[in-house]
Ligand binder design. Sequence first.
Ligand SMILES: *[C@@H]1O[C@H](CO)[C@@H](O)[C@H](O)[C@H]1NC(C)=O
Ligand SMILES: *[C@@H]1O[C@H](CO)[C@@H](O)[C@H](O)[C@H]1NC(C)=O
Length: 265
Amino acid sequence: MLLSLRIITPLFVLLAGVQAEFLTKNCKLISRSDSERNALNLLEPLTNQNFTAERPGEGYLYIFQVCGDAGGMKDAGLVQKEKKDGTLVRIGNYNQTRAIRGSDWVLLFYEGGDKYDSHCSKEPRKAMIMISCSTSAKNAFSVVLEDNQKEQDCYYLFELDSNAVCPVIPSKLSAGSIILIIVFCCLAVYLTGGFLYQRLVVGAKGVEQFPNYAFWSEIGNLSADGCNFVCRSHGNREEAPTYRGVATEPLGEEQEERDDHLLPM
Ligand SMILES: *[C@@H]1O[C@H](CO)[C@@H](O)[C@H](O)[C@H]1NC(C)=O
Ligand SMILES: *[C@@H]1O[C@H](CO)[C@@H](O)[C@H](O)[C@H]1NC(C)=O
């Protein structure tokens, strides 16, 4: 008990130390959930940078940060900045986050922004950021739309393409198939090498060119005998000589002897 505590305690301290470095920890989830926390953890490589985007002819700049102060505004993960005078509007806070994860995307919600003046029943603004897998090394952030012509549930929608949320592709080859491939390669090398050796060095012809031909045919005969012994019912034994007579070639006599030995009457 004491020993295990002694081992486990430093482990926890170590883990806590490592976890404290995750900047996504700064995001506060509206409802505590392991799956949402895991989704946030995926975004760690995207922290500590300002992503900016604008829509042509609008005069606003949108600034986004993952779990950090966007545009330097405290607790705001997404802000709208007027280009003329630099006025900041809080679109969403990272202390009110939701994160939903799919196979190759994360949907991030920042809620609790500045209230609408007249639209949307004067509810607080909120931002939805769709982060999708992209194999490009560069992250691309863009504004999609502001859906505010309704009574409630208005939102700003953004997209970020990044390789941070791409699925980790596991190696498709299992240990078993790798072993199988190695065995096949060895077999191929053995066969071609042996074939060339028999043909060029020994000067063998026909089937004799197969490496260790005598050995393998012996094995084949032995297993055939074994099969004969195991599978054949006793009633059929009278027919065996005819069958054998057809099948036997150079090794015939040897086989006769062995059969007598294996099948004592
Ligand atoms: C993001 O922008 C703000 C305001 O412009 C700035 O204070 C902050 O240092 C920037 N952060 C990063 C990581 O560039
Ligand atoms: C989030 O931050 C804002 C701005 O600092 C603050 O007004 C609000 O109370 C905070 N909300 C939570 C849930 O911490």
